[in-house]
Design a protein around this ligand. Structure first.
Ligand SMILES: [Cu+2]
Length: 122
């Protein structure tokens, strides 16, 4: 399994919703939210996607929103980049590259990308 992080910026003048992501490197990618309750961290998929208000930036980051990559088609190597296609309600599809990094707090590999992605309004 892998976890993806990124920063999404809505440069348009109306709200958009990040609805889905996919990569040829994993059989399934879902948008998750981490929730802390009674000191225990759990996560759940966002059923209706992730809303990004006009002009705002939403960060996918540890202990927050993230992409969950399941059924990886082979191991991820540190330093490699994997393509990811992001679908939106209200904005065009975006193609991004995620760089694979290993994080200290969890065994295994995660993908991390810190970048800005603008979305025009149509
Ligand atoms: Cu998750």
């Amino acid at each position: 399994m892998g976890v993806g992080y990124m920063t999404l910026t809505n440069t348009g003048d109306r709200e958009i919703t990040f609805t889905a992501a996919e990569t040829p490197r994993a059989a399934s990618v879902s948008i998750h939210q981490s929730i802390m309750s009674d000191g225990v961290m759990s996560m759940q998929p966002l059923k209706n996607g992730l809303a990004i208000p006009a002009g705002e930036t939403v960060e996918l980051k540890p202990h927050g929103y993230h992409l969950m990559l399941e059924k990886l088609k082979g191991p991820l190597k540190e330093g490699e980049t994997i393509p990811m296609t992001l679908s939106f309600d209200g904005a065009d599809t975006q193609r991004v590259e995620l760089t694979v990094e290993s994080l200290d707090d969890i065994a295994g590999k995660r993908q991390e990308k810190k970048a800005m992605h603008g979305h025009g309004h149509h």
